[in-house]
Write a protein that binds this ligand. Structure first.
Ligand SMILES: Nc1ncnc2c1ncn2[C@@H]1O[C@H](COP(=O)(O)OP(=O)(O)OP(=O)(O)O)[C@@H](O)[C@H]1O
Ligand SMILES: [Mg+2]
Length: 316
């Protein structure tokens, strides 16, 4: 089926061309009548009978019919080509939409797996670690043997260390602040934690409280994007300053993260981080802007559209 667009393109151009053709034919025939061109031509042709010039009008008529046949065939061909191209474009759009849906689904599944892994680690591992630590304390306090007391103490140290590592893994798998305190507090904790790990970086942030209204996939994806950008700054940027901003504007969640480091190397060696950011933004139909200036740092801007399903409360 032809789309309206295709029909209108063909009809507007065809109408314009046929109008032009009729107008030119009319003007030329007026000129022919005015100057008696045919009579003059016949008189001239009879003077040059030996050249068969009088046959020229019929020859031209045949050539005209042949050209008409040629243009009608090309016209049909071009219509078929346009129709095929439109069909291919529609198919590509469909595949892209399907791809986006699959991407969104796989990211959701990934997050759900991380969430359940965090829950398992917290409930199972945490409980047994706590029990083992209590037992080792009891062993240390209940034994008068110096050797056993010292061994029990080192077990306690090891268990405390494992507990801290497990807590860190759990919070990376599923940031508890996101569920308990909301997106603004989770982002704030993230920025502070990343900046604590590198003392040379001075962090400034401006996170609007209104972003707490954002929940669902947009919140967790925004958190992951911010996490990757900040990790990249700590790992690659050699920056002394980081600016982090999060706000709502025009029914979108906006994140802007910039540093004053050395910028992306040229050519950039692609890793999974930036590709992951791109996938997350695409899966939510968002927009990603990335600028890099050598010695002036990197700017990452992300805009994620919000709809009612991701808003926890009405945003004013
Ligand atoms: N803020 C930044 N400043 C300077 N270079 C950066 C910055 N962010 C990213 N880069 C460059 O872009 C490259 C690609 O980043 P990307 O996050 O995709 O991969 P990665 O960090 O190297 O590895 P991973 O897959 O673990 O994230 C990095 O190797 C780094 O050279
Ligand atoms: Mg990275």
């Amino acid at each position: 089926m032809q789309s309206n667009w295709q029909q209108s393109i063909f009809s507007t151009r065809a109408t314009r061309d046929i109008t032009l053709a009729v107008a030119v034919t009319f003007l030329v025939s007026m000129a022919l009548v005015l100057f008696d061109v045919n009579e003059r031509f016949i008189a001239a042709a009879s003077r040059h009978e030996q050249w068969q010039v009088d046959e020229l009008p019929l020859v031209l008529l045949v050539a005209y019919a042949a050209l008409t046949w040629f243009s009608v065939r090309r016209w049909n061909e071009s219509r078929q080509e346009v129709a095929a191209r439109l069909e291919a474009e529609q198919k590509i759009a469909q595949l892209l939409a399907e791809n986006q849906r699959l991407l969104r689904h796989s990211l959701e599944v990934q997050e759900e797996e991380k969430r359940s892994l965090a829950r398992e680690l917290h409930d199972e591992l945490g409980q047994y670690l706590h029990a083992a630590r209590t037992e080792s304390v009891a062993l240390r306090l209940g034994s008068s043997d110096k050797f056993i007391g010292e061994r029990a103490k080192s077990i306690e140290h090891a268990l405390t260390h494992i507990q801290l590592v497990a807590r860190d893994i759990i919070s990376k798998l599923r940031p508890p602040a996101l569920d308990e305190l909301g997106l603004s507090a989770a982002l704030e904790q993230l920025v502070l934690r990343q900046c604590e790990t590198s003392v040379d970086i001075q962090c400034s942030f401006n996170i609007a409280r209104e972003v707490d209204a954002v929940g669902g996939p947009v919140a967790i994806n925004a958190y992951r994007i911010a996490q990757e950008c900040l990790t990249n700054i700590v790992r690659h940027a050699h920056a002394s300053k980081v600016n982090f901003m999060a706000r709502l504007a025009q029914n979108c969640l906006i994140l802007e993260i910039s540093d004053n480091g050395r910028g992306h190397p040229v050519p950039i060696v692609a890793g999974f981080g930036i590709a992951g950011i791109r996938e997350r933004v695409d899966s939510l139909d968002g927009k990603l802007t990335m600028h890099s200036e050598p010695e002036y740092g990197v700017f990452v801007g992300v805009s994620l559209p919000l709809n009612k399903t991701v808003l926890k409360q009405e945003v004013i």
